[in-house]
Design a protein. Sequence first.
Length: 159
Amino acid sequence: MEHLDRTPDTPPRAPARIPGRAPARSRPETLHRDAETDPDHAARLDRLDRLAWNLDSRYRLPGTQIRFGWDVLLGLVPGLGDVAALAPASYIWLEAHRMGAPTHVKARMALNTGIDWVVGTIPLVGDIFDVGLKANRRNVALLRSHFGLPAADDDPTGA
């Protein structure tokens, strides 16, 4: 019993190395950057906002305030469309990882994308749900909030 072998003043021993496995590496603190230390974050988030806006809000249903984007249009293609819509959503998640977003933010983003994909596979109902969920815009808003950057304009394309 290892805990009985030491006194309260002695530090615990490092765990034994498992043969055949590389030793665990400590993660340097420099991997986590924020908007103040990396001005590139604002530009990257602006680019992600444009992508998310095109995916979720690019078009407006005439005579209404209902907006939809390429995600809904791709979802109309049975089977393949919802899978194809995962590619840009995955890119947004990958950029979040590259920017140093913490695990809880990336997990929330993955949950948004997963719900969008699972419900989106239901014919017609999923497409209507996609119009309201706007998972890609939610994900970029999560990133903006985490990095302390203001919310983007309603139309980031400037049109």
